[in-house]
Design a binder for this molecule. Structure first.
Ligand code: 2AM
Ligand code: CA
Length: 264
């Protein structure tokens, strides 16, 4: 039997320790490199933070597997077993430019099912977490179940990039949605945007190409408060690939799919 409660205590301690180190790193200069393109950034702190989690997980839970954004984890062909899906810093561009609006994101999955999810807003010291079937919380305060909100009163997160012609999705549908809701926002950290959906600060979040470590924790959180997470076509997310992501409050998610995203 897996002792999820013990794992939960352990992860929270590691997250707090990693968070303090990241806040301390603001005093020192960063070493910044680019990955797939000039705007795809990684720093020494992303790598050090990932290494911190991986070495602790390997020592404490040698039978578990790890999928990490910076590639220091395992090469996995499936989500069989217990898999930690880690983004040491989600929103690296914000981390570099703003020293805020970035998060540590950790999802723990068992045979493909999300069991635990943690999103730590490092600059604000806010930890969002959920255990499947046992509730979602922010800094110890239980997050209430999400309720249905009409489109006209909804606040959604979407990046302006997706409202101009792009090769992922018909921008006209997204423009039509953006002009119908009460307001749009873009925070630059998928994990935080998902945490905001889970905590009712946003009714929805739509984006085009996220990797499993960007949404693994957020999916557990949003689903635990009754929200729905799919791709922009309403299909289940593939945990081994990049996906478009649409997270939303119950009812709202369905309505947006029918009235906007899947509309002919
Ligand atoms: P990252 O900072 O961990 O890379 C920015 O809009 C958000 O989308 C961030 O959460 C960023 O995660 C994520 N993202 C993931 N893949 C991306 C990509 N190829 N281009 C832009 N943002 C990406
Ligand atoms: Ca990252």
């Amino acid at each position: 039997m897996v002792n999820w409660m013990e794992i939960d205590q352990q992860v929270k301690m590691w997250i707090m320790e990693a968070g303090s180190s990241i806040r301390e790193s603001f005093q020192h200069s960063l070493s910044i490199q680019t990955k797939s393109n000039p705007n795809d950034l990684v720093t020494n702190i992303d790598k050090e933070t990932e290494r911190f989690f991986i070495s602790n997980i390997r020592k404490t839970y040698p039978g578990h597997f790890i999928l990490g954004e910076e590639g220091q984890g395992d090469e996995l062909a499936s989500l069989e077993g217990i898999v930690w899906i880690i983004d040491p810093i989600d929103g690296t561009m914000n981390f570099i430019h703003q020293q805020r609006h970035f998060a540590i994101s950790i999802g723990i999955y068992e045979n493909g099912i999300g069991r635990l999810g943690y999103i730590y807003d490092v600059a604000h010291d806010e930890l969002y977490y959920a255990e499947r079937g046992n509730g979602a919380y922010m800094n110890g305060v239980r997050l209430p179940a999400l309720t249905e909100v009409p489109v006209e009163k909804a606040l959604i997160a979407i990046n302006a990039t997706w409202l101009v012609k792009n090769r992922y999705f018909d921008e006209k549908k997204l423009v039509s949605l953006a002009s119908r809701v009460r307001g749009t926002r873009s925070y630059g950290s998928a994990a935080l945007e998902l945490a905001y959906v889970a905590s009712g600060r946003l009714e929805g979040y739509l984006t085009m190409r996220l990797s499993p470590w960007d949404f693994a924790a957020g999916k557990v959180l949003v689903e635990e408060v009754g929200g729905v997470v799919t791709n922009l076509w309403g299909q289940e997310l593939d945990m081994m690939k990049t996906n478009s992501v649409f997270a939303g409050a119950p009812g709202f998610h369905k309505k947006i799919l029918t009235d906007f995203l899947l509309k002919k």
